[in-house]
Ligand binder design. Structure first.
Ligand code: PLP
Length: 453
């Protein structure tokens, strides 16, 4: 294996890991009893290995996280060097890894979002962005989209617009949901992107007016919604949201936890809407490709100034942890030096996008192909005419389970949500790996086709 283990040793370790997992580990978002988690024993670049020694092409990037690919030597070396130098510093002190990571992030965020507050992950970033917006405006309500995911902590899950919110939603905790643009399943009976954009903005404006603009602290949305289905917003939508926020003194929070740091072929997905600068950007995952937990909020000068003379009431022992921020410095530097963001854009435009559209021409189970960069979703349907999904909203179906299992059997790991297959490989993916994944998809989509009408 690429980590130097023999398959025999890895197999034994995997058997023990599995047995202990089933006895002692409590898993996220799952009924525990029936779980059969795959043990991953090694990873390299765009591949992972399971306990039986099977190599799988990782089209999931481990929850759309490892943008730089698995086991990048420069990031590993940076973590090792930092560990040897200095492992932990309380957040009130300064340290070189955190300072340098903040500089590199500030350099890449649009506009003047030049201050960075570090967290341990995406949900905490959302929690703090919302707190900053509430204190900055003196208002409480936050508007967020249906068909969105913002994290598993209390505020973040309440902002989430998918069924993961339902069990934790104890009524209105100051959050209000609205529909964003999504032409394929338009809430607005639109037939063109321009119409969808105009109507979605009118709907948002109505929501603001009926909620009372003077009560709304922030609008939070993913620049390109990820888990909810990779709906690239139509031209003008994000500019329209910016204009509504400006008009009503509302803070615009762009959640880039999944879409940021190269995934869409730009450093931040908001850059696909030129000139649009949010007030706060939340990030995590790709910032250091998940090698050590890290997230954060990039803050506008105006909001940062709110806390010039008044203390910011929030903090975390691990804010800007040296190992995590050293990994961010190495990740961002390697991404820039190796033109990894450019690679994501290029592979998306030349190989993945055309390849997935070609699959849609051959497979009636593909209702729509959406995405950009290395951020794509296939919307699977039973019926192209009615757009009836291959699994219900919030659920799964034997057809989806069969396709995903067959892909895995054939050596392809996918990110799956309801009736969607997400094609979200590391940003470093090469042409031959992309084509290998497309060929497996071609093979297993024939199974989905059998479930179409
Ligand atoms: N926001 C978005 C857009 C996400 O995709 C996610 C996770 O997938 C989160 C927030 C939550 O991040 P975390 O799981 O690191 O708390």
């Amino acid at each position: 294996l690429p980590n130097g283990l023999t398959q025999e040793a890895a197999g034994q370790a995997a058997a023990r890991a599995y047995e202990l997992d089933r006895r002692h580990v409590f898993h996220s978002w799952s009924a525990q009893k029936a779980l059969t988690p795959m043990v991953i024993t090694a990873a390299q670049g765009c591949y992972v290995w399971d306990g039986a020694g099977h190599r799988l092409l990782d089209f999931s990037s481990q929850l759309v996280n490892t943008n730089i690919g698995h086991q990048h030597p420069k990031v590993i070396a940076a973590i090792q060097e930092q560990a040897a130098k200095l492992c932990t510093v309380a957040p009130q002190h300064a340290n070189d890894a955190r300072s340098e990571a903040a500089r590199l992030i500030a350099e890449r965020t649009p506009g003047e979002l030049n201050r960075v507050f570090f967290t341990n992950g995406g949900a905490e970033a959302v929690e703090h962005a919302v707190r900053m917006a509430r204190l900055h405006t003196g208002r409480y309500k936050v508007l967020s989209r249906y068909r969105s995911y913002h994290g598993g902590t209390e505020t973040a899950v309440n902002l989430t617009g998918d069924p993961r919110r339902w069990p934790s939603d104890h009524g209105n905790a100051g959050t209000v949901h609205f529909f964003g643009p999504f032409l394929y399943r338009s809430q607005f009976h639109a037939s063109t992107e321009a119409e969808e954009c105009e109507r979605a903005l009118a709907h948002l404006e109505q929501t603001i007016l009926f909620e009372g603009p003077q009560t709304i602290a922030a609008i939070v949305l993913e620049s390109i919604p990820g888990t909810a289905g990779i709906m690239v917003p139509p031209p003008g939508y994000l500019a329209g949201v910016r204009e509504l926020c400006d008009r009503h003194g509302i803070v615009f929070i762009a959640d880039e936890v999944m879409a940021g740091f190269g995934r869409t072929g730009k450093w931040f997905a908001i850059e696909h809407a030129p000139g649009v600068v949010p007030d706060l950007i939340t990030f995590a995952k790709g910032v250091n490709s998940g090698y050590v937990p890290l997230g954060g909020v990039a803050i506008s000068p105006d909001i940062a100034a709110t806390f010039d003379d008044r203390p910011y009431p929030g903090g975390l022992t691990y804010s800007g942890h040296p190992l995590a921020t050293a990994a961010a410095v190495a990740t961002i530097t390697a991404m820039a030096e190796e033109r990894i963001v450019e690679n994501a854009a290029e592979i998306g435009a030349r190989v993945l996008g055309p390849g997935l559209h070609e699959l849609a021409r051959r497979h009636p189970s593909i209702g729509e192909v959406r995405g950009t960069g290395v951020f794509w979703a296939l919307e699977l349907v039973r019926d192209r005419a009615t757009r009836e999904p291959l699994a219900p909203y919030g659920g799964t179906s034997p057809a989806m389970t069969e396709v995903v299992a067959a892909a895995k059997e054939a050596g392809l790991l996918l990110f799956v949500n309801f009736n969607r297959l997400h094609v979200v490989p590391p940003c470093v993916i090469g042409e031959s790996e992309a084509k290998e994944g497309l060929a497996i998809l071609d093979q297993v989509l024939s199974l989905a086709d059998k479930h179409t009408v």
